[in-house]
Design a protein around this ligand. Structure first.
Ligand code: ATP
Ligand code: MG
Length: 432
């Protein structure tokens, strides 16, 4: 196949066959976010590159290796690798932080990262995410975590563990980074190339390395939880007890440091073992310094990003239920040229009532129309032949039960009336 006919590596098509899966996760995430009082925000697909350098952080994999950037008319732009930076930028630019706080927004958007494509790791992927700005309370952390958990529960996802940690504030982290440097320094030569650099610039990121050799070296590294200052420690205790109070189970995982630079205090991931190595379905935490770092006032913030491809993959693995694929309600089968204008007219009258109606557009024979109607999975079928139209009446066939019911075909209005009556009786019949 010619190259231009292949989608770029690490991207996906969502064909109509799969679209109901996306509708399911889009609907549930939206409904849950709105029930927690979050409103949708939409931001551009690309931003000025410097926004990500300043927020995501210069020492992160994302900024160092994964960004898709272009220079267009002398300005450097980057396709968003995540949603937080653009959302905070939009909050600042639109004066949202001067309004009543907290500001609570959610988004469903595509992200772009140049990574090695594999199951659950794409170059264009989608996130559902939320951002809350202006709330320093540990109850805000608990709410954000609870929102993610509610989404997962509502979708029927099982075997997913909430991993919780605190990475403190810049105050407690300084001492910790030094302890890490001292620990890793003797192992320096054995570390991967990236980690050797991390050791100099941001040793905490070493804990995030995916290489098994480096993970083995990191096994006995000092733990951030032993270095938390009083304030961070009290905050973490309060988050944990709020979660426990809500019956939310978690494990403390001191190795969770998050890949992006802007995190402070609480960090968390929801991890499943159902989809192999890329098991983090949702990741987030608090980033109290980010807004100020971007040039805004000092406003605490927090949120998470949920990978929708990984979520759907997990649901498929676990055979969770998805919304039903939309089907055709009525298929009209015209038998000749004279019947086609009628088919068009009746189909349209049905559509005006909100009924999904289709009719043959390929001048097919009776037999192949029946085959096509079956493939569509239509609920009802009506044949419009010359006899039926002459007599002004025909049969509406229920394709599930095979039952035929007489319908008037002398006018679209009469037909619609009869259809309404029959479909109503049928659905009452199924419920009763
Ligand atoms: P990982 O450690 O798996 O690389 P990350 O720390 O880079 O993840 P975040 O930046 O926190 O990921 O993004 C939030 C979520 O978005 C992840 O937990 C994951 O579900 C999803 N995600 C991140 N990168 C990808 C990707 N390349 N393809 C698909 N989903 C992704
Ligand atoms: Mg990553």
């Amino acid at each position: 196949m010619a190259n231009y006919l292949k989608r770029p590596q690490g991207t996906e098509d969502v064909t109509p066959e799969r679209i109901a899966k996306w509708y399911t996760v889009e609907k549930v995430t939206r409904d849950v976010a709105e029930s927690f009082g979050f409103s949708e925000i939409r931001i551009p697909t690309f931003e000025v590159t410097e926004l990500f350098q300043r927020s995501v952080g210069e020492t992160t994999d994302v900024v160092q290796k994964e960004m898709y950037s272009v220079i267009a008319r002398e300005t450097q732009f980057t396709l968003r690798p995540e949603g937080t930076a653009g959302t905070i930028r939009a909050m600042l630019q639109n004066g949202m932080l001067a309004e009543a706080l907290p500001q609570k927004v959610y988004y469903q958007l595509s992200c772009f990262r140049h990574e090695r494509p594999q199951a659950g790791r794409l170059r264009e992927f989608h996130q559902f995410g939320i951002e809350m700005a202006g709330a320093a309370s540990p109850y805000a952390d608990a709410e954000v975590i609870l929102l993610a958990k509610t989404v997962l529960e509502r979708l029927g996802v099982r075997d997913i563990v909430l991993n919780l940690n605190s990475i403190g504030c810049p105050k407690c982290r300084a001492a910790y980074q030094n302890a890490l440097k001292a620990y890793f320094e003797p192992h320096k030569a054995a570390l991967c190339e990236t980690c050797q650099e991390r050791l100099v610039r941001n040793p905490m990121r070493l804990l995030d390395c995916k290489s098994p050799e480096d993970q083995a070296i990191a096994k006995d590294a000092p733990l951030i939880l032993d270095y938390l200052c009083e304030e961070c420690s009290a905050h973490f205790e309060a988050v944990k007890s709020a979660l426990t109070g809500m019956g939310v189970e978690y494990v403390i995982n001191p190795k969770i440091v998050r890949g992006l630079d802007y995190y402070t205090k609480t960090v968390f991931e929801f991890i499943t073992t159902s989809i192999g190595a890329q098991g983090t379905v949702c990741a987030g935490g608090r980033y109290d310094g980010l807004i100020e770092q971007l040039g805004g006032q000092s406003v605490p913030a927090l949120g998470f990003g949920m990978g929708l491809e990984r979520l759907i993959l997990t649901m498929e693995q676990q055979e969770c239920a998805f919304m039903e694929q939309k089907k055709c309600d009525v298929y009209l089968a015209p038998m000749d040229d004279a019947a086609r204008p009628k088919a068009l007219q009746y189909a349209n009258a049905l559509r005006e009532m909100g009924v999904r109606a289709e009719f043959d557009l390929l001048d097919r024979s009776f037999k192949s129309q029946m085959k096509y109607a079956n493939k569509l999975g239509t609920r009802y079928l009506v044949v419009l032949g010359s006899n039926e139209l002459e007599q002004g009446s025909g049969q509406l066939k229920n394709m599930e039960t095979g039952k035929q019911s007489p319908v008037r075909l002398d006018s679209a209005a009469h037909f619609c009336e009869d259809y309404t009556e029959i479909s109503l009786t049928d659905s009452l019949g199924t419920i009763g």
